[in-house]
Design a protein around this ligand. Structure first.
Ligand code: SF4
Ligand code: SF4
Length: 475
């Protein structure tokens, strides 16, 4: 196993890759300090948040549900279906522009503080390694040691814990997509009854185990597209974890004749703690996830040598050059305008969105039919085709009602359905007729009627739709 030589990092390739393209493993040292403490608190909160969120309910429904199979999406009380494409588009646009905005202002704060990849690796997997194996030196020694009983016991204990944690994460992750209630129900049955979900669960567990247990920084460096976009999302005014070369250089060991030594004592502690194996002193790099470990490591050194802290700190490129940083700049203004536009469009769409959508069209046949009753009176029949769509997350039973005033005039609906059972997200197309005495449409031959659709469970009007009754014109 090749292990990172922190004092001799290659310039021409990522430090986690040797000259033949093989993986070079990193064993980052533990660090303590202000930022480490803040990140620990954040990680505890986020681990709980990520794992618990799918089990939280708002208004009786899962707080965050992304059920792709049933094309049902529930986000903090709002429910969308696949046909709500504009709403889904606005939400995705908000997240994308929001991330671009956050990156332009605060750099890779998402990667270092909130990305599940960082949170789970740093918050759980690395902690288990420190607990079972020991310090980064002990981890490195064990990894390079030949196999014996001690190595087998330590690594088998560690990977058993990794598997348990991966299983927990996979269950919570799947709950976002199939629904927490359904997942609990499925776990009480034989896996054979839900073998597709069982296979997905096993696959996810393996993916998390592989990624969080072994692949780690390679995901950020090689796979994650967000990291690749940094060069276009960041500029000289973005806040990033940075080394101050004005203060630090010339570092110890590189002082030439007549130069005064800078504050950097070339101890390499900042490299030793870096989880992506880079030297922050080489400037902003794609591999830097902004985890702040090097800030704490360097602050500890500065404290020991009695120099001011902050040789590595959160700073903008402009501030490092001694210039004033501009928080508000054209790209930030554009992101804010776009965010306001997208949020306004989202709010507008949500407010206009109806949970029960009813569309009524006139039947394709003749506009009306005249029928003769036994007593010689005439009545008119109109034929309509109706499409009903339930966009809510609840099943409903709807009853179509005509206004009381028209009921008294003997206007009646003829349908094969007493009421309409509409499951959540389902739609229904039915034909119905309206029968009415000839005088209802009067001399004009038409009469507008508002049909009400009442939920039988709570007697609430869920939708209203106008139809035009048509009869013969009288001269
Ligand atoms: S350079 Fe510093 S902030 Fe960036 S990943 Fe390494 S330790 Fe974290
Ligand atoms: S930890 Fe600080 S002093 Fe040590 S090498 Fe890094 S920047 Fe220099």
């Amino acid at each position: 196993m090749k292990v990172l030589d922190q004092r001799h990092l290659p310039d021409e390739r990522p430090a986690t890759m040797d000259e033949k393209g093989k993986r070079v493993f990193i064993f980052p040292a533990r660090v303590s300090g202000l930022w480490r403490s803040l990140r620990t608190v954040t990680e505890i909160f986020l681990v709980i948040f990520f794992l618990v969120l799918p089990w939280i309910k708002i208004g009786g429904h899962q707080a965050l549900l992304l059920n792709i199979g049933e094309r049902k999406f529930s986000i903090f009380g709002l429910t969308f279906w696949a046909h709500d494409a504009p709403l889904i588009f606005f939400i995705l646009a908000f997240l994308t522009i929001g991330l671009a905005f956050v990156t332009a202002v605060w750099g890779r704060i998402w990667c270092g503080w909130a990305c599940p990849q960082t949170v789970f690796i740093d918050g759980i997997f690395r902690r288990l390694e420190y607990l079972i194996i020991g310090s980064h030196v002990q981890q490195r020694n064990l990894a390079q040691a030949p196999w014996d009983v001690k190595k087998f016991l330590k690594l088998s204990t560690l990977w058993t814990l990794f598997i348990i944690v991966s299983l927990v994460i996979a269950h919570s992750f799947l709950a976002y997509f199939v629904g927490a209630d359904r997942l609990v129900e499925m776990t009480q049955h034989n896996p054979g009854e839900n073998w597709t979900i069982f296979v997905i669960m096993a696959f996810l567990t393996i993916v998390f185990l592989f990624d969080f247990g072994w692949f780690r920084e390679q995901f950020c460096i090689i796979v994650c597209p967000y990291g690749r976009f940094q060069s276009v999302l960041l500029d000289d005014d973005s806040l990033t974890v940075s080394y101050d070369p004005v203060r630090g250089e010339p570092r110890r060991g590189s002082v030439k004749n007549g130069e005064t030594e800078g504050d950097c004592i070339n101890c390499y502690n900042c490299v030793a703690v870096c989880p992506t194996g880079i030297d922050i002193r080489n400037g902003l790099q794609l591999e830097c996830i902004g985890c702040t470990a090097c800030i704490d490591a360097c602050d500890e050194v500065m404290e020991k040598i009695e120099k001011p802290k902050g040789l590595i700190r959160y700073a903008t490129g402009r501030a490092l050059k001694g210039l004033k940083s501009k928080w508000f700049r054209p790209r930030v203004a554009i992101y804010i305008v776009l965010l306001i536009a997208v949020v306004s469009a989202l709010v507008f769409s949500v407010q206009r969105r109806e949970e029960i959508v009813v569309t009524i069209l006139r039947g394709k046949d003749t506009p009306f039919q005249v029928i003769k009753n036994g007593d010689g009176s005439e009545e008119i029949i109109n034929h309509f085709k109706m499409h009903m769509k339930n966009q809510s997350i609840d099943d409903v039973q709807l009853k179509m009602m005509i206004p009381e005033g028209l009921k008294e005039k003997k206007v009646e609906i003829i349908s094969q359905y007493e009421s309409f059972d509409l499951g959540a997200g389902k739609d229904l197309t039915v034909h119905f007729f309206v029968k009415f005495p000839k005088d209802v449409t009067g001399r004009s031959g038409t009469q507008a009627v508002k049909l009400n659709f009442i939920d039988t469970k709570n007697n609430k009007i869920e939708a209203e739709e106008d139809v035009l009754l048509v009869g013969p014109k009288s001269i």
